[in-house]
Design a protein around this ligand. Sequence first.
Ligand code: NAP
Length: 289
Amino acid sequence: MRISGATQLVGLIGWPVSHSGSPAMHAAAAEALNLDLAYVPLPVRSQDLGQAIRGLAALGFLGANVTIPYKQSALDYMDELDPASEVIGAINTIVVDRKGGSESASPLLRGYNTDWSGFLRDLDEQGWNPENKECLILGAGGAARAVAYGLLARWARVTVASRRKKQGESVAARLGASLGNEPPHSIELSSVSDYCSHTKPDLIVNATPLGMAPKFDHSAWPADTAYPEGALVYDLVYQPVETKLMRDARAAGCHVSNGLGMLVQQGALAFELWTGKRPDMEIMVAALE
Ligand code: NAP
């Protein structure tokens, strides 16, 4: 695209950000809609996070995405949070709202989380309904919380397996009170085999970075545990497009998915928040590939 004097800006705040596919994905979406919009990488050091986020409003940005390692700490700089990001305790999207305040007032920074809704949209695309399903999430970080929130919102039963017991328990405590349905259970990753001996998960989600390039031969699934046949194994990792977890699970008769669909869906939801326009998903996928 050609930058003009009227080009509107959106950024990606994280550290590092050079590996991200989001600039290509959003640039393609904006071009297809004939929008004069540029999505720029903003590598920000942790000590500069507050200044960088406040600077979005000062520099006229429409907003930004927030990625690792700031999804949680960026929350502190928001004027308002949508209800889901407040419960999840993490944001991945900032909208600079100039309409909310008067002419002289500073714009408001609104924080959103589109990871949970992007994940659900991708499950919907795959025709997979979480209602009353047994779901096991491996990992208990920010993405695990978002996925657990989405599944609980759609009336699934959720168990979070973490290597640090306290982390899993805090996810369960945080989400337990929020939605008014059955709270998530928490177990240790080392107890997954035991869990599978009495419960057959319909969905297994890898929300750890294990298996991500360049550590292709790693998997969060315990080596001593058989995969539950027929389950959907959803790896949030999308580089490589087929992880060891996905390969092993497919060989054992499971359905598998990588995190590419969620990445595109969460990006599309953020794009809609900034521009009010729905992007073409196929164009976004093609740009990522
Ligand atoms: P995070 O907040 O750092 O959480 C990572 C979780 O994985 C933590 O519970 C961590 O436990 C655990 N973990 C890390 N290394 C482990 C290991 N060797 N063995 C067992 N557990 C381990 O990261 P996140 O933001 O949740 O992201 C998790 C993954 O999801 C990343 O690969 C990210 O790229 C992916 N993701 C994908 C999308 C998408 O759109 N597809 C969106 C968001 C995230 P400790 O705290 O003990 O280290």
